[in-house]
Design a protein around this ligand. Sequence first.
Ligand code: NAD
Length: 455
Amino acid sequence: MKILVVGTGYVGLVSGACFAEMGHHVICLDIDHEKIMLLKQGKIPIFEPGLKELVERNVQAERLLFSTDYKSSVEASDVCFIAVSTPSQPDGSADLSYVFQAANQIAEEMNGSKVIVNKSTVPVGTCKEVEKLIKLKLQQRGKRYAFHVVSNPEFLKEGDAINDCMKPDRIIIGTKSTRAAELMQELYSPFNLSHDRILIMDPASAELTKYAANAMLATRISFMNEMAGLCELVGADITKIRKGIGSDKRIGYSFLYAGVGYGGSCFPKDIQALRATAKKEEYKTPLLDAIEEVNQRQKNVLNTKILDYFSSELEGKTFAIWGLSFKPGTDDLREAPALNLIRFLLENGALVRLFDPVAMTKAKALFKKSPQIQWCKNEAMAATGADAICLMTEWKQFRFIDFSEILPLMRGRAFFDGRNQYHPAEMGAKGFDYFSIGQPVVLGAKASVEIASVS
Ligand code: NAD
């Protein structure tokens, strides 16, 4: 099948490459000329494990092309996916201007019957809006081509996107047309061999399923963060609570990690967009409101611990920041909790020494040159001369650090672990004053390890 994917970002590029890997002929189109130029030169504009090899293989096999030209791309395709960004507007609702722009340009160039598939995360009713828009454009052009608009939300997660795309838990297809459903089933048939993963439903349910899934995952994170705060006050340990509740099959262990709050390009904006949809319907969503409120509080939880430890004197103090991306496995910095902490430290006159295994280039573009910021080649360099280390992204390479080499490099001995990567007692025994999320504080500086409760 001949496929066009409009929008060559995290979703568009990964899905385009995966469709090509399954034997389809794919054109990935973007209005960002620089991005397409890089891709044509064999360079991948984002970090995603395995993506470079996948793209290379399919470009060589001539199943994957890149373009900025709507006319030739639309004309060459049977199915046009829309995978453009849907950022938040100031009121929290999804900005659909990129989706409508893409749909308009597809309609402008349609030369026959097509299926238009919306993969972007969009509020209920967007399928209908896109359908109206295409109908109108075709009328204006005096054309009467048959077309269907289908909702097909994407569930991949950055860092493991290829695996998610190749072996999805489910493939949701929202359409009321039997013809369009059959075509989508055929298109996805290579992904559906081991067992049936396809769920066909009406477009509104498909559109809402995507938001409901992200809201559910964010709920689990905020729930654990709320429990973590309580643990700190009553002297309990959130990692033990996780095991205690996760072992219940009805609950399970996934997404039950306390930390510095969720970030990324999806959860924050999708929760806001879902709340905005409910508000438009004059429907109260106290649970959704609380998920976000807890997350906002959680994003500042390390700031408070840092202020307490340094008696609010941060001017001239040096902080090593380990990890910048919003999660491991990606260079995506959108809504990354590390950015929030860095801005807080800079505002308070502190110096920051930053290191991330893959997100340094993107991070450098976000901060102005400043004598307060030092970009470091590795975690040891970041720790050199630091009063404290703050671990913000749980990259695997931070798991097995030889701390006996790190501590002597530092000026101080504080360790703020925003991802609960280490065992408090062990960090104390290594000489750190160790603060984490919902676990006991250990002051390693004291001769005997002291377990204290956090303020
Ligand atoms: P992205 O910002 O990485 O990429 C979007 C791309 O669309 C950009 O390259 C941009 O230049 C391009 N674009 C914008 N308008 C265009 C137009 N009119 N024509 C052609 N190209 C255009 O975004 P993303 O992270 O890939 O997300 C895309 C959508 O998928 C969003 O709705 C997002 O919520 C959803 N989604 C994202 C993820 C994820 O993990 N990133 C997962 C599931 C769903």
